[in-house]
Write a protein that binds this ligand. Sequence first.
Ligand code: R5P
Length: 285
Amino acid sequence: MKIIGGPSSQALACRVAAGLNMKPTITDFIRFPDNEQYVQIKEDIAGEEVVLIQSTTTDSDFVALLQLLDACEAAEKIKVVIPYMGYARQDQKFKDGEAVSARAMAKAVTAKNLEKIYTINLHKRSTLDHFSHPAEDLDASKLIAEYAVSLNLERPLLVAPDKGVRDMVENMAAGLKLDWDVFDKTRLAGDKVVMADKKMDVEGRDVIIVDDMIATGGTMAEAVSILDKNGAHNVYVACVHPVLTRNAVLRLSNAGVKDIIATDTVEKIQSRISVAPIIVEALKK
Ligand code: R5P
């Protein structure tokens, strides 16, 4: 087996390789003078089983994934791991004339020797149906739950910022025997949301707000301000995918967040929980 990490998931690929007692395959990623990308796998992969790991956080990341897939044409079979799949939030037509971007992206991930695709905490699992190959969504929320327990929090409460992650947070809380609650969120614009003011039992308690992803930080900042008003002690924000775009980190700190807890599906300084164990487990199945 060969483990190939794309440019956006190099550290994660190394952790997956280590979990399988292997070394990652050396691959080159460069740009031509006109800024086009170029990839080259520096080892012979003919007849091998190849695992490609590449998050598609940016358009360039997506191009690199398609290039790597193409470069693996001589492999016997390919498994693709997309730890964070960009464009997955546009998973339906909200207005006439719109593209279903999640479908467009999923359809493009194809090759004759592609055996299986793994994603992690996709925005909606139904996006799996758009892939032309067998696909499975892995769940990293239990890793966040384990990390939360290690923080020894004061009468902790898990909070879902919206109904989209209600089930995920409820399951995490059940596994940990913790209390949980959920906010009611409405999105007004890409970086602006409103939440129905809700009285939660948070006086003097530590709270972890858990979401599948943090992008602009708008959702979390709004939730933190309500929890603060209700007298919460420390408020942590946790997510699987730390996209953390624009000034999200400043925004969250300014809102009074104690810490940002995240996994390495997107490789950021906040990614202190690795999803490598669940990928290794899936590959060994
Ligand atoms: C939306 O439904 C997602 O679960 C997240 O709540 C959202 O994408 C977070 O985005 P932002 O950080 O920009 O509010």
